[in-house]
Design a protein around this ligand. Structure first.
Ligand SMILES: [Zn+2]
Length: 672
């Protein structure tokens, strides 16, 4: 007897005989449900769940042929899972409250308790009690292809049954989860400790162009420093940008001397790649210049090998790539690729590049993918903004009390504004701030923002407006939803779209002059350029994961060479025609690629989607439209976007607005 599935002891014969007995008992009208249910349960059945006879007996006694019984069972499962997930979420919120909230010094107990996560065992227990098998035997685990094909004709009940089953799509042993957590923790640590001492960089002429104390994390800090020289140009800005770019090249090629990473005692000339001690007159030391031995790529391979262990336990999506696109993101990889290329190869990008080149007064260099010169200097000084916030909201409590009024001014009816406010708790954050959704409808969402010294300033208010956008989406899509299993939005890109829409109205809500047409135009151009850059980086991320799956047994050095080749290929296809220069490998610099595999495309999708939604909201009633769109719940992004704006996910709106902005920009230049 052979088993049909790598992790299951249930043989093809047992599946067939069990199916036949159920068909004999319930009749051929249930044939499709029986076949699928028995197969789904068999795929996820392990030896510890019982032998073949136990499997057959379970299927025979738990298949529900009666549609009333089926509906009642679904209601019970959906209802109880809302309570389980929701209450455990509340417990977790209490456990981490001292870490997340500004509650004063931490106790030793707080740090230990923060590691306690009762929810991590729930799915395992649902399988152990066979609740999961009851669900798998009776309700389909849909693939993305089925949802895209049949979803348009589904009613809300069918959607909610389909969505509920996502949690049973993979059954993964605890040891595999633990291995993934262990690897990711190590890689995250590598990334968060990868600091470059810019203050220790020297030019070939021996100058140190960066100020003392400047220590930045790769790649975020390096990129932001590079970009800041566009907004605030200084005479030596270009030289510094070129130097940072050289550092990035040394990192992705793994030519960076290992000893200089986060080391204040060494001076490094990234041009000649030579190192010498910081003491006066010390000579260059070749031993100190020994390169970092492909550690970056060794970590990426570790992540690959860890997440690949889930493959045999995911019958419908047997690779990490397919799980990311088809289960998490719910957009086929080919469609995401097409969306990215629609931006990368658009004529608007070529025009925008010409505009940037004109503004820079020099040919583009590869690091100009981070051009940020569209951002105009702030019209209101920070002190004026702080004062405006303090007048309206002297502290966080005043902000909380003012929520109904704020929501009304944003465009919600008095009734809705009150209802939303009742479902949002406002907390002082220890870190930068975040929006914490609730998970059962009796609970509240939490808006968290940092309030230094107890008084609210503009920075805290600006973050609060962003988080409020998340919270409003969260409250409508949970507390205002008809089926709990449809709570939420299809993916993170959708909720970010609302957060940015709220955040953009921060000045308007303070009664200050909101950004004028010129600022809006520049914002649109900045977003298109950012989308172009992140689309290129996303293609590299996708290319590298596909390559690893084709070459699972490579060494870190081989992965390094492949990654650089993929980065150069994406560059030569989509950037060289715009920039002129060929063969840059800079698109491989993102740290996300190493630690958060295949996350990057969500940024590009988020930019594109935000433009589609913003356009819709400008045409209609802001409050009513936000409510209508978010209460659709967690459909596929395709169904959600069609419902939201009447058309599919597409870069057309972004490209069109950029085209208009460029035309107006030309006019503005000519009329000066
Ligand atoms: Zn956000």
């Amino acid at each position: 007897m052979t088993s049909s599935y790598p992790t299951s002891p249930i043989s093809t014969d047992v599946i067939q005989s069990t199916t036949q007995r159920l068909l004999d008992r319930h009749g051929p009208e249930h044939a499709e449900r029986i076949r699928r249910g028995v197969e789904q349960a068999a795929q996820r059945w392990w030896a510890e769940d019982g032998d073949a006879a136990a499997f057959a007996a379970f299927c025979e006694s738990h298949f529900l042929a009666d549609s009333e019984a089926l509906a009642a069972t679904f209601r019970r499962l959906e209802g109880i899972l809302e309570q389980i997930d929701g209450h455990l979420h509340e417990v977790r919120r209490e456990l981490t409250a001292p870490i997340d909230l500004d509650t004063g010094p931490l106790l030793a107990a707080d740090r230990l308790l923060a590691d306690l996560d009762l929810a991590s065992h729930v799915n395992e227990d649902l399988f152990a009690t066979k609740t999961a098998f009851l669900a798998l035997l009776n309700f389909p685990v849909h693939t993305l292809a089925e949802r895209l094909q049949n979803g348009p004709a589904w009613d809300r009940e069918t959607w909610s049954r389909s969505r509920l089953m996502d949690r049973f799509a993979s059954r993964v042993p605890a040891a595999v989860h633990q291995e993934i957590t262990r690897v990711l923790t190590a890689v995250e640590q590598y990334v968060t400790e990868y600091n470059v001492r810019l203050d220790r960089l020297v030019t070939p002429a021996g100058e140190r162009p960066f100020p003392e104390g400047l220590r930045l994390i790769s790649h975020w800090g390096l990129r932001d420093e590079l970009a800041s020289h566009y907004v605030d140009p200084q005479p030596s800005g270009l030289a510094r940008q070129r130097m940072i770019f050289r550092v990035m090249e040394r990192i992705v090629r793994q030519e960076i001397p290992a000893a200089v990473i986060d080391n204040p005692d060494l001076l490094w000339d990234p041009e000649s790649n030579s190192v010498r001690p910081v003491e006066e007159g010390a000579p260059a030391d070749a031993d100190l210049a020994a390169r970092e031995p492909d550690t970056r790529y060794a970590h990426l391979l570790d992540v690959f090998h860890a997440v690949r262990k889930v493959d045999p336990y995911s019958p419908w999506e047997p690779t990490f790539i397919r799980r990311r696109f088809e289960r998490d993101r719910q957009i086929p990889e080919k469609e995401v690729e097409a969306l990215l290329i629609s931006v990368l190869d658009s004529p608007e990008i070529k025009d925008l590049a010409r505009l940037i080149q004109r503004r820079l007064g020099r040919p583009l260099e590869p690091f100009d993918i981070w051009y940020s010169g569209f951002k105009s200097r702030a019209e209101h000084p920070e002190t004026e903004l702080d004062a405006a916030v303090r007048t309206r909201y002297p502290d966080l409590a005043a902000f909380a009390a003012g929520l109904p009024e704020l929501l009304q001014r944003l465009g919600f009816s008095a009734d809705r504004a009150r209802w939303l406010s009742e479902h949002i708790a406002v907390d002082p954050a220890r870190g930068a701030g975040h929006a914490l959704a609730a998970m059962r409808r009796q609970d509240k969402a939490h808006l968290r923002t940092r309030v230094p010294g107890g008084g609210m300033g503009f920075k805290g208010y600006n973050v609060a407006m962003h988080e409020l956008g998340h919270n409003v989406e969260q409250v409508f899509s949970l507390n205002g939803i008809d089926h709990w299993s449809l709570a939420g939005v299809p993916n993170t890109a959708c909720t970010e779209a609302f957060a940015f829409l709220f955040q953009h109205r921060d000045l308007e809500m303070l009664g200050l002059r909101s950004p004028d047409g010129d600022a809006q135009r520049k914002e649109t151009l900045a977003v298109l350029w950012n989308t172009y850059e992140i689309a290129g980086v996303s293609l590299v991320d996708m290319g590298v994961w596909n390559w690893m799956y084709r070459h699972p047994d490579v060494t870190p050095a081989e992965l390094r060479e492949a990654t650089l080749a993929i980065a150069r290929d994406v560059w030569n296809r989509h950037f060289a025609p715009v920039f002129g220069a060929r063969d840059s490998d800079i698109l491989a610099i993102y740290s996300h690629m190493i630690v958060y595999g295949l996350y990057l495309p969500d940024y590009a999708i988020g930019h594109v989607l935000a433009f589609q939604i913003a356009r819709r909201l400008r045409q209609g009633d802001f409050g009513a439209e936000v409510e209508r769109i978010t209460r659709q719940g967690s459909l596929t992004p395709d169904a959600w976007t069609r419902g939201a704006v009447g058309s599919a996910l597409s870069a057309a709106a972004l490209l069109e607005e950029a085209r208009e902005a460029m035309a107006e920009e030309e006019e503005a230049v000519l009329s000066v």
